[in-house]
Design a protein around this ligand. Structure first.
Ligand code: GAR
Length: 194
């Protein structure tokens, strides 16, 4: 079993989906830590119910990003985490964590990158009136939603679909795509980037 850490800032539906896929024996991993930069986020409650160890912190109570990332890195090492999967972690990963986990940080983003980077990608796609959108899983680099793409799945925005309907459809894709990509990656079916 590969030891993985998940990072999240929000509701945690992807954390739940990954944990359930592991429980069902579909993903060869053990979640050794959930890192959350918003102690009040619903994901913290979910993780506790799922029995996942949690490190929730307030960035403002640290001197700098470097300081809180050093604390995270130390906790990740103690927990033995080999990979980091971002699941709605709404903060750029800085040089400290990138150096500690080079090519071992992966993110899921609710658009077909490079379209609609950044926050509220679903809203951006909806407002733009595109007919095709989707989900991307990619390696994390120093940019925002810019690292090498691992996999994507697309979705047609049907006539009359509401923003809420689009969000639901995107989430449904995410909850199956992310566990599948994690499995392929951990099974060595995807070359790591140099
Ligand atoms: C997901 O849709 C994820 O793709 C997105 O945040 C949501 C978290 O949902 N991430 C980004 O936008 C990253 N740029 P969840 O908390 O229910 O898993």
């Amino acid at each position: 079993m590969t030891k993985i850490a998940l990072f999240a800032s929000g509701s945690g539906s992807n954390v739940q989906a990954i944990a359930e896929a592991i429980e069902a024996g579909k993903v060869p991993a053990e979640i050794v830590l959930l890192v959350c930069d918003k102690p009040d986020a619903f994901v913290v409650e979910r993780a506790e119910k799922l029995g996942i160890p949690v490190f929730a912190f307030k960035p403002a109570s640290f001197e700098s990003k470097e300081a809180f990332e050093a604390e995270i890195a130390s906790r990740l090492h103690t927990a033995g985490a080999e990979y980091i999967f971002l699941a709605g972690y709404m903060r750029l990963i800085g040089p400290t964590l990138l150096a500690a986990y080079r090519n071992r940080i992966i993110n899921i983003h609710p658009s077909l990158l490079p379209a609609f980077q950044g926050k509220d990608a679903i809203g951006q796609a909806f407002e733009a009136g595109v007919k095709i959108t989707g989900v991307t899983v990619h390696f994390v680099d120093e940019g925002m939603d810019t690292g090498p793409i691992i996999d994507q799945e697309c979705l047609r925005i049907e006539h009359g679909m509401t923003r809420h309907g689009l969000q639901k459809a995107i989430q449904k894709i995410e909850h199956s795509l992310y566990p599948n990509v994690i499995t392929n990656l951990l099974n060595g079916n995807r070359e790591e980037q140099n």
